[in-house]
Write a protein that binds this ligand. Structure first.
Ligand code: ADP
Ligand code: ZN
Ligand code: ZN
Length: 733
């Protein structure tokens, strides 16, 4: 407790802040939220420690008021440690926690709008559908205009016309306050098998002891991981503690929410990036006042002001979506483990394809390993085979019956035969291709000109549904030129994306009912749910999707999965590409045959002997992991070495180059630490920014963060230059 009059350090949620000194007008505890002003602007901050500025007393302002909520001392330590690990300022970490506007105020009156389901005679366009989906994501509750725009990602004009044509109707302005005081009960009516029991017991021991531990819950899809962690969640919850279940956004499905509800008698509180400001506020308040003790959420749910956490479960722990890459770089899984360690509670990491980082921690004895070896009830695993494209070259197809010219296809005869057979049995097919749009390369046949984004150093993809060229880096859209802008020659489309595969399927299997699933078509969970419903009711025959479709859903009538280009991820420049491809293919393969009928997975490849593919076909995850980890160990790549990427961005190319040269010239020279760069980033230009990178590498025990910190303190970046630090980067673009 600090007495009234004490000079304390108050941390402000600002990306460069490490705390300012203020005088306390009343007694207050460490960690309490307070109102202060900085340069006459009001802020909510947190008492972070004793004042240290040494400023004369008359220069120190008073804290304006002390608020009723606080963070625990271990959470303050977490902010500090997370800052040291990620090299974000402590204020940047606090900003992740305090990212809910008005959490401390009475709700503002705002004009709200409801979606009018009865409106007639209006056209449903894609952007209007996005607005409908935004409502659906929020249980069709009224929303403010800013919520609608933010969640649907549409401009003001869309909303304006929808108000004018009656699709959106204003309702009496009132703040929505939702209570999340759900009553949970344990409604389990299943008995865990012995493997599951052993796993659940191990986690529960640590829950009961309130001891830090990390356990990897390792089992294929359908082995009962969810059952096991539900048991553990109940144990912590019923002991009065809070439970956070983290998931990638696309795994957070209605199917999952229904399962939670049937197990615990009430729905989970759900946290994700598409909630209205009012919901975010209510959930934030519910968590800090202890009313919400069971929540399912994405990465950012970790930053809710948790009180008395007793367990964090991280499902699909290997998933890349746990890594945050803008507004500060951090890994949600690792930061959850750090939080658990400082507050003494267990963490469960669940996965069918654990990351090599986690497997290494298991091997080193730092994490426990709880293995579920079989699918529950002995459900069959699909057979997985490769199709050698060298011997089975795809053939041409006619895009329209009356076309004279043929287009080169991407589907080989054996895959087409398998599709035909599956369709004739009235079963469903899923085809994967991790490429959006129609054609990734748009090129002049005469002079070789390639369509490039005018702002980024990236080629543009032709999107047939949009009828435009789209930059996948910055989202810029331009019309498809009729002829080459350089020489007037004919334009050709090269390579195949989702839309082209759909064209080929329809050409080869007339009357087939198809759907495309990618981030272009599935902008919201509502859209995905509609697709799932169509699959379940048998209104679709073939779904063609990117890996967005690889997660969570379970379709009993889906018996064939085809991977159009299994080689696509195998030869990247990134040391994680083999691991990542393995995880994706494994997950994709897991979609087939989860019902009564055994499934079949076909992988088209030019390299059937590639170790990733043989491991997938033989179901031999562990030997793949072993050899890939050996390769990484030899190359001193994470987790056997450490990397920190430094990305420097500046709108002026020459300023950037000079600054990077200067930075290189003052780089520290330390034994066992290599500083590589500067090099042009793989994507050298994004929008108006030019980009260069450095990479700092050291062995697993080197303390790289302080070295980077010291190094960067030696320079003063020029105006408009951004320095981004990425500890253990997963993205090398
Ligand atoms: P995972 O999370 O590993 O994919 P789930 O927990 O979803 O696996 O289990 C797969 C299916 O098997 C689910 O339908 C689940 O209800 C069922 N199941 C798993 N374990 C049991 C059990 N011990 N008793 C009854 N059903 C079970
Ligand atoms: Zn040309
Ligand atoms: Zn671009």
């Amino acid at each position: 407790m600090f007495n009234s009059g004490t000079i304390v350090k108050v941390l402000i949620p600002n990306i460069i802040n490490s705390g300012y000194d203020y005088r306390l007008p009343v007694d207050a505890e460490l960690g309490t939220f307070v109102r202060v002003t900085v340069m006459n602007r009001p802020y909510i901050g947190v008492i972070f420690g004793i004042g240290t500025s040494g400023l004369p007393s008359e220069k120190i302002k008073n804290v304006q008021s002390v608020l009723k909520w606080k963070l625990s001392v271990s959470d303050l330590q977490w902010i500090q440690k997370m800052s040291e690990w990620t090299l974000m300022a402590p204020g940047a970490v606090l900003r992740l926690i305090l990212n809910v506007p008005d959490a401390f105020d009475t709700p503002r009156m705002e004009q709200l709008y409801a979606y009018n389901f009865d409106v007639d005679n209006v056209k449903m366009t894609q952007s209007r559908q996005m607005v409908v989906d935004a409502f659906e994501l929020n249980d069709n509750e009224p929303m403010s205009i800013s919520d609608i725009q933010n969640i649907a990602r549409v401009g003001p004009s869309v909303v304006k016309t929808m108000i004018a044509n009656g699709m959106l109707t204003p309702i009496n302005s009132r703040p929505i306050i939702q209570s999340y005081a759900y009553e949970y009960r344990d409604m389990a009516n299943i008995e865990l098998n012995s493997e599951q029991r052993a796993a659940a017991d191990a986690i529960m021991r640590d829950v009961d002891a309130a001891e830090f531990s990390v356990n990897l819950l390792d089992g294929i899809t359908g082995s009962g991981k969810t059952q096991v962690y539900f048991d553990a969640a109940w144990r912590a919850y019923s002991a009065g503690r809070a439970v956070l279940l983290m998931m990638p956004e696309i795994a957070l499905t209605t199917q999952f929410i229904q399962r939670f509800e049937s197990r615990f008698g009430a729905p989970p509180v759900v946290w994700h990036s598409n909630l209205t400001a009012a919901h975010r506020r209510d959930i934030w308040r519910g968590v800090i006042n202890g009313e919400i003790r069971m929540l399912v959420g994405t990465r950012s749910a970790l930053f809710l002001p948790w009180q008395n956490l007793g367990l964090i479960i991280i499902d699909e722990e290997h998933d890349y979506s746990y890594k945050q890459e803008d507004m500060g770089n951090y890994h949600g899984r690792d930061m959850a483990i750090l939080r658990a360690k400082l507050s003494n509670f267990p963490v469960v990491l669940a996965s069918a394809t654990p990351s090599e980082e986690t497997m290494n921690n298991v091997e080193m004895g730092r994490y426990g390993h709880l293995v579920l070896r079989s699918r529950y009830g002995g459900a069959q695993l699909p057979t997985i085979e490769t199709i050698d494209l060298r011997e089975n070259r795809p053939t041409e197809y006619r895009a329209n019956a009356d076309d004279t010219d043929m287009r080169m296809g991407a589907l080989s005869q054996p895959l087409c035969d398998a599709i035909g057979e599956t369709l004739s049995n009235n079963h469903q097919v899923m085809l994967f291709i991790n490429r959006r749009g129609f054609a990734p390369i748009v090129q002049c046949q005469r002079c070789g000109w390639v369509a490039m984004c005018p702002d980024c150093s990236a080629g543009m993809t032709y999107h047939k549904k949009l009828g435009k060229l789209l930059c996948h880096i910055c989202g810029r859209m331009v019309p498809l030129p009729k002829n080459c802008p350089d020489c007037g020659g004919d334009i050709s489309m090269r390579g195949a994306g989702l839309e082209k595969i759909e064209e080929e399927i329809i050409a080869r299997f007339p009357n087939v009912r198809t759907a495309l699933v990618s981030s272009d078509t599935m902008i919201s969970r509502g859209a995905l749910e509609r697709l799932v419903a169509k699959m379940e009711s048998g209104e679709l025959d073939v779904v063609i999707g990117t890996q967005i479709l690889a997660k969570g859903h379970h379709f009993p009538n889906l018996t064939l999965v085809g991977v159009v280009d299994a080689d696509m991820g195998l030869f990247g420049t990134d040391f994680r590409c083999a691991e990542h491809t393995f995880q994706q293919l494994f997950q994709v393969a897991g979609r087939a045959g989860r019902g009564q009928i055994p499934g079949r997975v076909l992988l088209q490849t030019y390299q059937p002997a590639h170790p990733v593919l043989t491991a997938i076909c033989n179901g031999d995850r562990d030997s793949f992991l072993k050899s890939d980890m050996a390769a990484r160990r030899a190359a001193k790549m994470p987790p056997f070495g450490q990397l920190i990427a430094i990305i420097i961005e500046c709108p002026k190319e020459n300023v950037l180059k000079q600054f990077c040269e200067h930075l290189a010239s003052v780089a520290p020279n330390i034994n066992g630490v290599r500083i590589m760069g500067p090099v042009m980033a793989q994507i050298y230009q994004i929008r108006t920014m030019y980009r260069m990178r450095f990479l700092v590498a050291g062995d697993a025990r080197a303390a790289l963060q302080p070295i980077v910190k010291l190094w960067l303190a030696r320079v003063r970046p020029p105006a408009n230059t951004r320095i981004k630090i990425d500890v253990n980067p997963m993205n090398f673009m």
